[in-house]
Design a protein around this ligand. Structure first.
Ligand SMILES: [Cu+2]
Length: 240
């Protein structure tokens, strides 16, 4: 019994330890470099599914025809992949500016948002109809927020790093991702599959890419060495 108790205490301590070991400290970065690259898709690109608008058509069917954005590839480049540094402890300040997630024409814009933990996330409803954003969090508390037409904006904060799927309980096709990281070195690839992480102190880092439907949702990592005032390349290729 005694042994078990000691073991539990040791486990308790070791489980509690990462919170301060993981802590990120922001400050001024002098002579920082950058990490840039592209995320490519390996394989034949499936045709994106068309999404059927079955409700609130006068608002939801506006604009371009809706397609499933869970895999958007153009010219072999993957959009909406999240690239981040996973093992940086000191670097640039965390910018406290708000991140916007719009529920517009019954789609999430942008489809993927990524930001450091604690950043205010403003969830907006310019549609003037009821939306209900529902987070499928596993690490953070879930949120489930009804936004009737008069409730134009709500704010949430994600306190722990996690990639969180969000869906609308009113419009079944609405699907997006909210990704929180423990440091400010995170970017979402654009339509040319490109990303850039700036003001990175010289050093060696693990850079990871994560995508909602590729590589079985497992992060793919690469070691990257950044030199002062230079751009280091990190090009990734992801499979289904
Ligand atoms: Cu909705």
């Amino acid at each position: 019994m005694k042994k078990g108790g000691v073991l539990a205490v040791i486990l308790g301590v070791s489980l509690a330890a990462p919170s301060y070991l993981l802590a990120y400290t922001g400050g001024d970065v002098k002579d920082g470099g950058s990490i840039s690259g592209t995320v490519k898709f390996a394989g034949s690109v499936p045709t994106p599914k068309k999404l059927e608008v079955t409700k609130d058509k006068e608002v939801c069917a506006k604009g371009a025809e809706k397609v499933d954005k869970s895999l958007v590839v153009s010219n072999g480049n993957v959009e909406y992949a999240v690239v981040s540094i996973t093992d940086i402890k000191t670097g640039k300040k965390i910018d406290a500016k708000k991140i916007n997630l719009d529920q517009q024409n019954c789609e999430y814009h942008p489809h993927v948002v990524a930001f450091p933990v604690g950043t205010p996330l403003e969830i907006n409803n310019p549609d003037g109809i009821l939306h209900n954003i529902h987070s499928y969090s596993k690490v953070n508390p879930t949120f489930n927020i009804a936004q009737p037409k008069f409730k134009k904006t709500v704010e949430v904060k994600i306190e722990k790093p996690e990639a969180i799927n969000v869906k609308c309980d009113v419009h079944g096709w609405m699907n997006g991702w909210v990704v929180a990281t423990d440091n400010p070195y995170v970017a979402v690839t654009d339509s040319s599959g490109a990303f850039k992480l700036t003001d990175v102190p010289a050093g060696s880092y693990t850079v990871q890419v994560w995508h909602e439907t590729l590589a079985n949702q497992k992060p793919v990592t690469m070691k990257v060495t950044v030199k002062a005032k230079e751009d280091a390349k990190a090009n990734f290729e992801l499979k289904k």
